[in-house]
Write a protein that binds this ligand. Structure first.
Ligand SMILES: Cc1cc2nc3c(=O)[nH]c(=O)nc-3n(C[C@H](O)[C@H](O)[C@H](O)COP(=O)(O)OP(=O)(O)OC[C@H]3O[C@@H](n4cnc5c(N)ncnc54)[C@H](O)[C@@H]3O)c2cc1C
Length: 411
């Protein structure tokens, strides 16, 4: 069997490595001319880390990332609402790593070219169209710079080409618009003293305004420093900005104004924003869940199949879990089309539930509970919120996001 993957992001590269490990021939087509370390921080949930460890990447992850011990929730005054243990501290079967997205993608790309051979990864070739054939599928790819067309005949095509998936828009040419939450985020990296215990992620704020942050550099962590990946979020309303404006660099003054008085005894938020190198802007968007991802020998994976709000930091982990299920189904089923249907049946329910949870504000419900009960902050210890309520607010999200240690992958 031969499989083509459109998109060498986190999902596409993991799928390539997992298929190769199962003896399946793979080629990857990536529209970018080269793989460069882009993006700030990603959170890899324990189930996803387990899958990467199965690929033999445990040591590299432990060196690159930070083993996260807890997710801490704070109100807008910097007072702690709850501390929720994560990874081994929560008895999960693997650590939860926070990691620099760009470095993870470069690592996966290097490992893929080492194991599959450099000729398996074709950069500068964008998926353009596909045509099902009597046996398999004809894939057309175009070089965005020279406009040269390449054709490839394979048994299976996987669209792992992200939130603007061209494979998906080929399947669903109409009525599949981006859905804007009315909120914007600004992302950046900043070097700092370690915060909290040095191994905690946190989110703070209210329904309309949030600040979340986690350390992403294993090497700085071992030297007693931290590279913090932070996300500031504001309700702005309006329409979704055009694609060309995504990822644009913005003036710090814009965010500094909104967070000017977020100065707490353990963190000076404006100071951290001020010390950041470049701040990039994104809208919080998703697309409606799809009824189907698999059509004959073609399917979708990761953000192409189920783009979710980035606020729960769950997208990369879900793409990795998709890759594992898809590789297993293709290995165990003699009919590739049936394998793709099986994969879809395994994954579509959980990822749809996760997408909808994010629309209902996922784990941020903890912040909203605190805002509703104590809008002016806590007076002394946490008041009026039972731990059971806080647990309930995050439980279902944790189950579907792969954080819950009780829910392991079938082997
Ligand atoms: C540049 C970039 C920076 C990001 N930064 C962050 C971040 O800081 N924090 C965070 O939480 N998430 C970030 N994300 C999103 C995050 O990587 C994904 O949500 C998650 O990893 C799921 O990965 P994916 O492989 O499904 O999609 P992606 O990681 O988006 O990868 C999709 C890949 O497909 C390629 N592609 C697109 N169109 C085509 C085409 N027509 N043909 C072939 N290839 C195509 C893209 O160039 C990309 O390499 C970023 C994504 C990108 C692309």
């Amino acid at each position: 069997m031969k499989v083509a993957i459109a998109g060498a992001g986190i999902g596409g590269l993991c799928a390539a490595l997992m298929l190769h490990a199962r003896g399946i021939e793979v080629e990857i087509w990536e529209s970018a001319a080269e793989i460069r370390p882009l993006g700030s921080g990603l959170m890899l949930m324990p189930q996803a880390v387990h899958e990467l460890m199965e690929l033999g990447l445990g040591n590299q992850l432990a060196t690159l990332g930070v083993d996260i011990a807890a997710m801490c929730y704070f109100n807008r005054y910097g007072q702690q609402i709850w501390r929720d243990p994560r990874g081994h501290a929560a008895a999960a079967n693997a650590p939860q790593y926070a990691i620099n997205r760009g470095l993870l993608q470069v690592l996966l790309h290097n490992v893929t070219t080492d194991r599959l051979g450099a000729q398996a990864v074709h950069c500068g070739k964008a998926f353009e169209s596909f045509e099902p054939e009597e046996r398999g599928v004809l894939v057309r790819l175009r070089d965005p710079r020279t406009r040269t067309l390449t054709e490839s005949r394979v048994d299976v095509l996987i669209g792992a080409d992200g939130i603007f998936s061209a494979v998906r828009s080929f399947m669903y040419p109409i009525k599949d618009e981006l859905r804007f939450s009315g909120r914007m985020i600004w992302r950046a990296l900043a070097e700092s003293e370690p915060l909290l215990d040095g191994r905690s992620a946190f989110m703070a704020g209210t329904r309309r305004q949030k600040f979340s942050c986690f350390p992403v550099s294993g090497s700085l962590h071992t030297r007693g420093r931290a590279l913090l990946s932070w996300v500031a979020e504001l309700q702005t309303g309006g329409a979704v900005p055009p694609k060309a404006e995504w990822n644009r660099r913005v003036d710090k003054a814009l965010i500094l104004r909104a967070f000017a008085d977020w100065k707490w005894d353990w963190l000076d938020v404006p100071g951290l924003i001020e010390s950041s190198r470049e701040i990039l802007e994104f809208p919080i968007v998703d697309r409606d869940p799809l009824p189907r991802w698999s059509f004959g020998p073609v399917t979708l994976l990761g953000d192409a199949a189920h783009p979710i709000y980035p606020t729960g930091h769950a997208g990369a982990a879900q793409a990795i879990l998709d890759a594992r299920y898809l590789a297993d189904c293709l290995q165990s089923c003699s009919d590739p089309c049936e394998a793709l249907r099986e994969y879809e049946a395994e994954r579509i329910q959980d990822t749809t539930a996760l997408l909808l949870r994010h629309r209902m504000n996922g784990p941020e419900q903890v912040l909203q509970l605190a805002e509703a009960r104590a809008p002016d902050g806590f007076n002394g210890s946490v008041q009026g919120i039972e731990e059971a309520e806080l647990r309930r607010a995050t439980q279902r999200f944790k189950e579907v996001a792969g954080i819950n240690p009780e829910r392991h992958m079938p082997n």
